[in-house]
Design a binder for this molecule. Structure first.
Ligand code: SAM
Length: 281
């Protein structure tokens, strides 16, 4: 007889408001044989609220290796398991990497049950360009390393989103300001989906002032979005024109546009338009 193998469900739970959980997530949590949770006492409150009686087992940073082996054995033995974290989507700055990698290696089926995530919650309401964003996790805790971390975004064409703790929110925003300047558009999501939710969209200089001047705005959980660097179009155009002047006499318009676009990081269409204008003038 063929051995039936269990499935691992990776289930998102609320980031504050207990009702931010899907019906499917609740059904899965009720029906699996075991829930692997980051903090069993914390998750017990969620399960109690929905009268879910499934047994809980601790799975966290300090027992990941051992528990991954145990859980894979249980899955191979036929148990269905759900993985949850304290809040939001497991593995997004939460434990689970070892387990997921072991489960894939063992050929066990994984099933995502998507839902809340703090970074996506803020991105969805921040009113900044978010069609291309980089999720950065938590910044380093030491100021110099944090400044180096922000430095990488100075000329970034992507919007950046990161998490910060209440202990470091002021120091970390001050470092961001020192590196990126006050004019960048940013957004802060504090205590998202909870009673004292704050959503603030302004310049980086205004955000630092806003948080520094109000102790209440320094408490709770934070997500920060920093918009992409503004491209200085005129400076970029000058660079493009200078390069095209040298290269257009040698290669075709199309080839010149491709080469200059890749050297400057500008869009091919834009470079092509400038090259066309130069040829026609
Ligand atoms: N897995 C989670 C998720 O999907 O968002 C993130 C876990 S990470 C360990 C915890 C951090 O997420 C917090 O320190 C805070 O920066 C951010 N966070 C979680 N809940 C939040 C909320 N309700 N409002 C703002 N930030 C939150």
């Amino acid at each position: 007889m063929e051995q039936v193998i269990g499935k691992l469900y990776v289930v998102a739970t609320p980031i504050g408001n207990l009702t931010d959980i899907s019906q499917r997530a609740l059904d899965v949590l009720r029906e699996v044989d075991l829930i692997a949770a980051e903090d069993t006492r914390h998750s017990a409150r969620l399960l109690e609220a929905y009268m879910i009686k499934t047994p809980l087992k601790a799975y966290h940073d300090h027992n990941e290796d051992y528990q991954s082996t145990v859980l894979v054995k249980q899955l191979l033995g036929g148990d269905n398991v759900a993985l949850i974290s304290d809040a939001g989507t497991p593995l997004i700055n939460d434990p689970g990497y070892r387990l997921l990698s072991a489960v894939h290696d063992a050929g066990i089926q994984v099933v995502p049950v998507p839902g809340a995530n703090a970074a996506l919650a803020l991105l969805s309401v921040c009113g900044l360009a978010v069609n291309s964003f980089v999720f950065e996790g938590f910044p380093p805790v030491k100021s110099q390393q944090r400044q180096d971390y922000f430095c990488r975004w100075l000329k970034s064409p992507h919007t950046h989103v990161y998490y910060e703790s209440s202990h470091r929110i002021v120091a970390s925003l001050v470092d961001a300001l020192a590196v990126l300047g006050g004019d960048r558009m940013v957004a802060m999501g504090r205590e998202l989906t909870k009673t004292f939710e704050t959503i603030k969209r302004c310049t980086l200089a205004e955000l630092v002032e806003f948080v520094q001047s109000d102790n209440n705005q320094q408490k709770g959980e934070f997500v920060i979005v920093i918009s992409r660097a503004q491209v200085d179009e005129s400076a970029a155009d000058t660079d493009i024109r200078e390069m095209l002047e040298k290269i257009l006499p040698i290669v075709s318009l199309k080839q010149a546009s491709q080469v200059v676009a890749s050297l400057t990081g500008q869009k091919k269409n834009r470079v092509y338009q400038i090259a066309l204008e130069m040829q026609q003038s």
